[in-house]
Design a protein around this ligand. Sequence first.
Ligand code: HGY
Ligand code: MN
Ligand code: MN
Length: 430
Amino acid sequence: MNLAYEQEDSLQTDLLPKASAANIERILRNLNHFNSTPEFGTTRVLFTEPEVAARNYIKQEMQQLGLSIREDAAGNIFGTYEGTEPVLAPIWTGSHIDTVLNAGMFDGMSGVVAGLESIRLLEEAQLRPRRSIVVVVYTSEEPTRFGLGCLGSRALAGKLGAEEAKKLKDKDGKSLYEVLQSLDFPVDHFDEVPVRRGDVKAAVELHIDQTGELEREGKTLGIVRTICAPSVYDFKVTGRQSHAGGTSMARRRDALMASAEMALAAEELTKASLGPDDYATATVGRMNVIPGAVNVIPGEVDFSLDVRDASFAHKKELTQKILGKFEEIAAKRQVKLTGKEYNDDHPMPCSEEIQAKLTAAAEELGIPYMKTISGAFHDSMLVGEFAPVGMLFVPSRDGISHSPQEWTDFEDIAAGTDVLARALYALADE
Ligand code: HGY
Ligand code: MN
Ligand code: MN
């Protein structure tokens, strides 16, 4: 790319108006009405009534922008702002609109809204780059309903086909495939979902940082170097249910105490594995105790384990150690341990070129930024399997996320959108 061309690009994007925090707030607050727990945060679980309604609302916003809309067999939504040379591989931007239980209103939604607002700015400036820009709503980034995250982007990366969709079951035993079919998605065309490398030139996702790092460092934006990846498991510990008073401490095979020791071991091994530049985390987010009576020694416990790292090798080594320790504890306590691995994802490095475009735009606009690592996973982790990816973070107040207290100032999302729009245009005009 020669300098003159780049200068021409930045002259062009000088025509861009500033993103409207009011419009960003409008769309986010409208989206937040689609919620099954208005009394406590925001819950929008994949393909429940509020999530389907939210999808339809976003498609309305896409229509108002004049985007051409399509959906694939996995339920991903694509709103296209056509370039002057639409045969060229497009640029994608977007995120997710589904949530964890009792979440906030920014995780995922900020990236979809920033994508829509970026298009609005280009339209207002009457700028139409060579390549099309596509705003994507990825199906179910959260593992809330089916236990596995990034379902739509996983399908786009060719890692989730019709057969896997038939095996993925929710707590009522319904499969992802059945639910897609019941909503009239073109499930017969599941094999057309995967994207070949080269079919998308670049994908950029704006997201809240969910760590508080930007706020602590006094920065408005984070430019992501690497996206950490999770390995997610479900374990079942089976001991012997018996009487709390009649069973001496020596004769117990207590499924809860064994599970608790395993959870603490996972924490201890992860902390011990941390070097100065390591990002390993281990979380037991869910534990179900059976039968759950005050005077009964639990006979069975199910619990989840989520282990993450920025390095696949380090994560692999750590999970092996943790699983080995779990086996030891099970043998010592004479309980039975079974487990299921949901995913063993690969961390995703972000494209240097896209990082450079985001950095140039932030510097051009004088917006304070820093490079960072994403401890959270995102759809970009899977999209990076077929296209160069970049991520742009905006601050989460007090680092709170996956909680009703999650908050990001609309003005910060607008600042992020100003950078996103410029980077998208620069990428789309190449
Ligand atoms: O869990 C995550 O990292 C993402 O927020 N789903
Ligand atoms: Mn999340
Ligand atoms: Mn998210």
